[in-house]
Design a protein around this ligand. Structure first.
Ligand code: M6R
Length: 365
């Protein structure tokens, strides 16, 4: 069943190019420069009238949602927000019929996300699902939505669900952008960039041995920081979640700008920093944070764009990802960090597919 892989997690990491191809298949209209997401079941009028996109989810699905929030605001100029599903559920949220609530869940059975769906429906919002498991409770109760088509995800640590969720959210952003301010040409360009993602992910998978080598240096650390800005901030959150979940190394994902507002006090030679330094807005500022970290003797692992010698020179170790716009680099950088977490956990002899205290779907609140 693991097709020769030592763990489901590794198998699922390697399945990502194919999974993402399946998630985008038939959904990009290159001629019109838009996305076809018929399951959303929105008329052109409804689409234009939408006031706000509210995304709810937990864990990795919530982190994917944050990329969605950034992309929708960035490309469509439409209000978007992501919220942890239980927080949304219990704080008496303000939603109405011009809001669409998008519930993201791989399993479609997460209790907190399901409760958020019910709350949003009660309040009269449009509710849609972004779900992997066909016929699951959230898919049924939302009635409208987009299936992920990622294929079964067995490993407790979510990998291909995240990259497929982000791919779909980028298509949601494209569709909303075309109903608002995007020209056909702009839409065509974005569709091409999304289409390239599976190939870029293949290039990252080609770095597997190099990443395994870097991982050797991390087995004895007890705690780590992950930092990124803009689109790379959700990647920092997801990278930190993955390493703590499977390798039991404590990790915090931070917006790089926040480092100097407190956490910097923790930095020393025992506290490595993983910095998202790939090309794009914010890179130079994060380079500044790397210098501050080094000045406090913290070792730095940089995720950098292939061939970026300046970034390489600033770090103790690097993992390279191919050049791409930052919004698609959320996917490639995350794949690099999935492999990194996997190898650290493997070298530590951890359970990997069944981490302690965790279940694949959390069906209690
Ligand atoms: O099935 P869901 O996407 O609703 O699950 C949400 C979280 O429980 C899940 O993403 C969890 O954080 C993963 N174990 C992370 O790898």
């Amino acid at each position: 069943e693991k097709s020769g892989y030592e763990h489901y997690m590794l198998k699922e990491i390697f399945e990502q190019p194919e999974a993402i191809r399946n998630a985008i298949r038939g959904r990009l209209d290159h001629d019109r420069g838009t996305a076809i997401l018929s399951g959303l079941n929105l008329t052109a009028r409804e689409l234009v009238d939408l006031h706000r996109l509210l995304i709810v989810g937990c864990g990795t699905s919530m982190n994917a949602g944050l990329v969605g929030e950034y992309a929708v605001e960035d490309f469509a100029g439409m209000l978007a927000e992501v919220e942890q599903a239980a927080e949304f559920r219990y704080r008496n949220p303000i939603v109405n019929s011009r809001d669409i609530v998008l519930a993201i869940s791989q399993s479609g059975e997460t209790a907190d996300t399901l409760a958020a769906v019910r709350e949003a429906k009660d309040k009269g919002a449009l509710v849609a699902g972004l779900v992997n498991v066909v016929g699951s409770t959230i898919a049924r109760e939302t009635g409208r939505g987009i299936y992920l088509h990622a294929g079964p995800e067995i490993s407790v640590a979510s990998t291909k669900a995240f990259t497929c969720q982000v791919s779909v959210l980028l298509m949601v952003a494209l569709k909303l952008a075309r109903s608002r301010r995007f020209s056909r040409e702009e839409g065509m360009k974005m569709a091409r960039e999304i289409e390239q993602v599976p190939e870029l992910v293949e290039q990252v998978l080609g770095q597997n041995d190099a990443i395994a080598k870097v991982a050797e240096s991390f087995v004895n650390y007890r705690s780590m920081f992950y930092i990124g800005r803009g689109y790379m901030y959700p990647v920092a959150l997801e990278g930190a979640l993955k390493i703590k979940e499977i390798s039991y190394i404590h990790a915090e994902g931070y917006n790089a700008a926040e480092l100097k507002h407190g956490p910097i006090a923790l930095l020393d030679e025992e506290m490595p920093v993983v910095a998202l330094l790939n090309d794009g807005p914010g890179k130079d500022k994060t380079m500044g944070n790397v210098a501050e970290s080094k000045a406090r003797s913290a070792p730095v692992l940089g995720v950098i764009t292939t061939g970026d010698e300046e970034a390489r020179a600033a770090c103790d170790w690097v993992i390279e990802i191919p050049a791409s716009p930052q919004y698609t680099a959320t996917i490639t950088a995350t794949v690099a960090l999935q492999l990194f977490s996997y190898h650290v956990a493997r070298l530590k002899g951890c359970e990997i597919d069944q981490p302690r205290n965790l279940a694949k779907s959390v069906t209690v609140e």
